[in-house]
Design a protein around this ligand. Sequence first.
Ligand code: AOF
Ligand code: ZN
Length: 382
Amino acid sequence: MLYRVERGTVDDREYMSVALDHAKRGLGKVNPNPLVGAVIVRDGRIIATGHHDHFGGWHAERDALESAKRQGVSVRGATIYVTLEPCCHQGKQPPCTQALIDAGISRVVVGSADPNPLVAGKGIRQLRQAGIAVTEDVLRAECDAMNEIFLHYIVDRRPFVLLKYAMTLDGRIATASGASRWITGEPSRRRVHEDRNRFAAIMVGVGTVLADDPRLTCRIEHGHDPIRIICDGGMRTPLDSVVVTTARDTPTIIVTNPFDEHDEGVAERVGRYRDAGCEVLPVQTADDGHPSLPALMELLGARGIDSVMIEGGATLAWSALRSHVVDKIDAYIAPKLFGGESAPSPVGGEGVNTPDDCFHVTDPQVIRLGDDVLIEGGVSYV
Ligand code: AOF
Ligand code: ZN
């Protein structure tokens, strides 16, 4: 029988799960840094908690140590539970390993390992060298899942790309007349907005803007709006579309094919987008005639954009798959049937030739959301 070996004691896992809850308070605010939570325990009691609250802010460990200090409780001899290996380098913040050693912490329980080349095992080594007991990999799977974006970006420096779509049980993302509101139910839509909070950017093709005129904002309390990216090789995004007219409130980037700035018509169109507050970003053309998505991801990664959620439509989904930029797929399936010869399905383009050429979804997970079913997994390109 296959089973996962759980690390640490039952109590260790309990405290780590409290640390995970605290880490999630930074959702939508820490990118491209990790979500990190910390819990300090002595004599079977939680004496302080902390989390990484926003980009550039205190690390979770320091936040917890300061909280103990404010309350006037000593952490000498205490155990700290941290969802990520403590850092040992000077970045925007000083190294946490030294702070833990100086504070007299006697045991450190760690969730995820930190693949940041500046840390990568050195944090744990330093703690052990200082005589601190370290337990690794406690609730590792949960901690890794929470930081899927960070763990990818810190190594790859390319955004973590999620392809998300909602379809009916007969595989349609809209009716034959093009109507698509709404396919899924409330719990699915809520989860999508939680992802919009979690992701740095959201991308759609110009066809989706023309068909739906979407806002692409995050509608949950205290949520953060992702940067909106419109993949629009030929600059067809209407000047009166919501993404253009609200570009001063929520950044909008229009990704185009390379253009000639000296062509008067083109220069005028670009000027209008820019006057409305949009960024116009030319990217080299791929062999399918659309802006190259790998080239775009490279540019976005260099700007510190650690994650992109692709939300439609079928043409963009195919371009993303065929250019191998998709890291994860979220397929929301609603128990409805639309029918219709010309009703679109989630992935368009020319498709693969034979079933053997398919893209495989790896480690698919099935999640029930109200009456809908979400299937999520990675993508294998071999
Ligand atoms: C965080 N928050 O709670 C922990 C982090 O530039 P800095 O000093 O903020 O360092 C960022 C790196 O520190 C990050 O890439 C990760 O490797 C490590 N741990 N980062 O932002 C935290 N514990
Ligand atoms: Zn740190």
